[in-house]
Write a protein that binds this ligand. Structure first.
Ligand code: SF4
Length: 761
């Protein structure tokens, strides 16, 4: 087997579009960008395909119409008639992702010890890769138990259901996702408020956007869709001009603030919980809450009412560093509402050491204001289709039948029991991977799109992967900050090369076309799961793997979904969807109708059957049942001495418009916009330090005094005394400065609190 260097192994692929007379063909063994202009000018016939974009990896996504000549995509257009069809810079740049000359195209195994700077990757065949994986995993299962093998997805999120099926069939309940640091704490907060049933909690966790003419007040809380989810931003603006008042809560002056805010509350990071409790107190004190709802459906309201009394406007303004008049104005808008409110949260909102309680305090404002499951408020979908969060089914993922038998073997139960106890889908909390490995609870791992940089103190996760007996990663690129610590890498197909999973917009089901054949020997993630499943000995459960595996998975999803739509129906309908009609009318206040509980009785699935202002699940696990506010662990208030040395507050984990986490740096069109790591400071903070725009600066923190270096941008986006830095830069990884001070309930990391200092590098 030929040994190759990192640079050379990335090159070379089987010809797709062989015979292309212009650039875009094999050239010197390289897989390269097509010459888009030449293709456009050529007289070759055009072919049109319909797919969607996954570049920001949200769901739902923007539709795409792709135009090909000679088997090469050379133009991307909006897909008219598709529910989302924005196409931002990232979407258009997807063209450069598929034809990236540095794509990983073949399986490789390392030939040097894990952790060395150069793994000296050696190309291997898929047969060898699958045989090795099966031998290693089955040996660990025999020696220690199947639960010692961890299965995880990062980005893309799409293969979650297929990976669950693989993990649970193998016998391990330990499947986790990148949502361990993103979104899931919002869902957990909703479960602790309304009950553990997933569909209700996931409907209410993030809050919808305002409905024009129906929503009186929209609280847009730590949410900047203009950058994080551009496809949804126009929808958010729909309420503007229709009478909806917008209170936007964010330490930064984002484009969302500028476009929407009637009142902008630029609070100190990490103090959101206090603000939410202040709103609750003001509403109660001013008799502006829904007494009827509270009397009938609230549990623990009197305790809550007593507790929030301490969050007066004056005290809260001091905690949150807000002007009293602006906070008062926001409180008055809420109290004087003329209809329901929405509380639009975000996946990033609970990035605090007090994540869940801060978030619970926010979402309790929904029932308190009579906005729960009413038109214009925060609603629970009527007649759910039965798809799980990434368009699989519980039956397909085997979460329904196999997972309950394995649940006692979950690796996270000892560390995050509330998370483990309320998780019905089979998604373990990954943030304690170093501890799982140190204690021998995890010995091997399969990661699809995993990223060691996503955690605070990333080096501890790199070490954990290094210390495992065997780690295999599937990805589209070599990412040294993660893959230097794994044993084997598998080439994954990009979105344009795969069909799974299904796409659902409400009750409309779409099938995505595979636009081109996978490059080199890349395989779609669903197929990788099936091929590994077959190699592990589960031929029947994974339909023999192979080229048809993706399609067979989708057939099974549709069969188990049982809505009378088959794969062939969907295929025949492309590019159009097939609508699954509701049996009845949309219903509201479902808690009154006995729709939410499995026993058909009115109420919620919470232990008390009510909306829990005091959580009985938290009480059971020894936590304070109230949504208590706690100062960030390191802050000007809780650690004033440390604050003298590190007088700036950390704020990271937010998105920029052109990158998704650590992805897409390799895309030239995007990289040209932001080629290097940027840290943002306001003018005064920069001047106080003798710094100017463009200076290279060193950022240090109590847990990393060596620090990282980034370029300074002086801006009025950030609040004085706060830094703003995007994550995911391998050479300036802000997560190295953040402590592993996880929220005790959810295990979420404190990306938006903590202290740091900035000086000239
Ligand atoms: S908003 Fe941009 S990145 Fe996200 S799905 Fe749409 S085009 Fe793609």
């Amino acid at each position: 087997m030929a040994k190759i260097s990192r640079r050379t192994f990335l090159k070379g692929m089987a010809a797709t579009g062989a015979g292309v007379a212009i650039a875009g063909k094999m050239t010197g063994g390289q897989y390269i960008y097509p010459d888009y202009e030449a293709l456009a000018a050529s007289t070759a016939p055009e072919e049109i395909k319909y797919t969607h974009c996954v570049m920001c990896n949200h769901g739902p996504k923007c539709g795409m119409k792709l135009i090909l000549k000679e088997g090469k995509i050379f133009r991307v257009e909006k897909r008219e008639g598709y529910p989302n069809n924005l196409l931002c810079a990232k979407g258009i740049s997807a063209l450069q992702e598929i034809y990236d000359p540095d794509r990983l195209l073949y399986p490789h195994k390392r030939t040097t010890p894990k952790g060395s700077d150069d793994p000296k990757w050696e190309r291997i065949t898929w047969d060898e890769a699958l045989k090795t994986i099966a031998e290693k995993f089955n040996q660990i299962k025999k020696d220690y138990g199947a639960e010692k093998v961890l299965f995880m997805t990062g980005d893309p999120k799409e293969p979650r259901s297929a990976l669950q099926r693989l993990a649970f069939t193998f016998g391990s309940p330990n499947m986790g996702t990148e949502s361990s640091t993103c979104y899931k704490a919002t869902e957990l907060s909703a479960k602790l408020t309304y009950g553990p049933e997933w569909y209700t909690a996931s409907s209410l966790a993030m809050g919808g956007g305002p409905s024009p003419g129906k929503t009186s007040v929209a609280l847009i809380w730590a949410n900047n869709p203009a950058w994080s989810a551009p496809f949804s931003f126009n929808g958010m603006r729909n309420g503007k001009g229709s009478g909806t008042k917008y209170i936007v809560i964010d330490p930064r002056v984002t484009p969302t603030v500028e476009a929407l805010a009637d009142v902008h509350l630029q609070l100190r990071p990490g103090t959101d919980g206090a603000l939410a409790l202040c709103f609750g107190n003001y509403l109660i004190e001013h008799d502006a809450y829904d007494k009827e709802f509270v009397e009938k459906w609230a549990h623990g309201f009197e305790e809550y009412k007593e507790y929030v009394k301490e969050f007066t406007i004056e005290k809260t303004a001091e905690i949150c560093d807000l002007p009293i008049d602006r906070l008062t104005e926001a409180c008055e808008i809420l109290a004087n509402r003329t209809g329901p409110i929405v509380v639009k949260g975000s996946a990033a909102a609970p990035h605090h050491s007090n994540a869940v309680n801060d978030y619970r305090a926010r979402i309790l404002l929904i029932p308190l204001t009579g906005s729960l499951d009413v038109p214009g408020g925060s609603t629970i979908g009527s007649e759910p289709l039965g798809l799980d969060e990434w368009a699989g089914t519980f039956e397909f993922a085997r979460s329904g039948d196999l997972l309950p038998k394995l649940d006692h073997l979950r690796v996270d139960r000892e560390y995050f029991p509330v998370w483990a106890d309320t998780d019905q889908q089979g998604s373990v909390q990954l943030n304690a991977i170093p501890e799982y490995v140190k204690t021998g609870a995890i010995k091997a791992c399969l990661m699809l799109g995993g990223n060691a940089m996503m955690w605070p103190q990333s080096q501890e996760y790199q070490k954990a992967f290094q210390d495992m007996e065997f780690v295999v990663a599937a990805d589209m690129h070599i990412r040294p900050w993660t893959h230097n610590y794994v044993d084997m890498i598998l080439p994954a197909a990009v979105s344009f090369e795969r069909i799974a999973p299904l796409t659902a917009f409400g009750r409309n089901l779409f099938l995505k076309e595979a636009v081109v054949e996978p490059a080199g020997e890349a395989r779609p993630d669903y197929r990788i799961c099936c091929d590994i499943g077959v190699a592990l000995g589960y031929e029947e459960e994974f339909w023999g793997g192979g080229k048809d595996a993706e399609e067979n998975c989708l057939r099974e999803v549709l069969l188990t979904l049982d809505v009378g739509v088959t794969y062939d129906d969907l295929k025949a309908a492309v590019p159009n969807p097939i609508a699954v009609p509701m049996k009845g009318e949309a219903q509201f206040k479902k808690y009154e109708l006995g729709i939410l509980r499995p026993d058909g009785k009115p109420g919620f699935t919470s232990p008390t059957g009510k909306v829990e202002f005091t959580s009985e699940i938290l009480r059971k696990y020894g936590f304070d049942p109230l949504p208590v506010y706690k100062e960030p662990l390191n802050s000007p208030v809780s650690t004033p001495d440390l604050y003298k040395e590190f007088p700036l507050i950390m704020n990271s984990g937010n998105r920029v418009p052109i990158y998704t986490h650590s992805k897409e740096r390799e895309i030239p069109w995007l990289n040209s916009i932001m080629p290097e790591a940027i840290i943002r400071l306001c003018k005064k903070d920069a001047e106080d330090r003798g710094l100017a725009e463009g200076d290279m600066v060193r950022i240090t923190s109590p847990v990393n005094k060596e620090g990282i270096v980034a370029k300074l941008e002086v801006t009025n986006i950030v609040k004085p005394g706060v830094i703003d830095m995007f994550h995911g830069w391998s050479k300036a990884n802000i997560n190295l400065l953040i402590a592993r001070d996880f929220d005790k309930i959810s295990g979420f990391p404190p990306f938006k609190e903590g202290l740091c200092q900035v000086e000239k590098a």
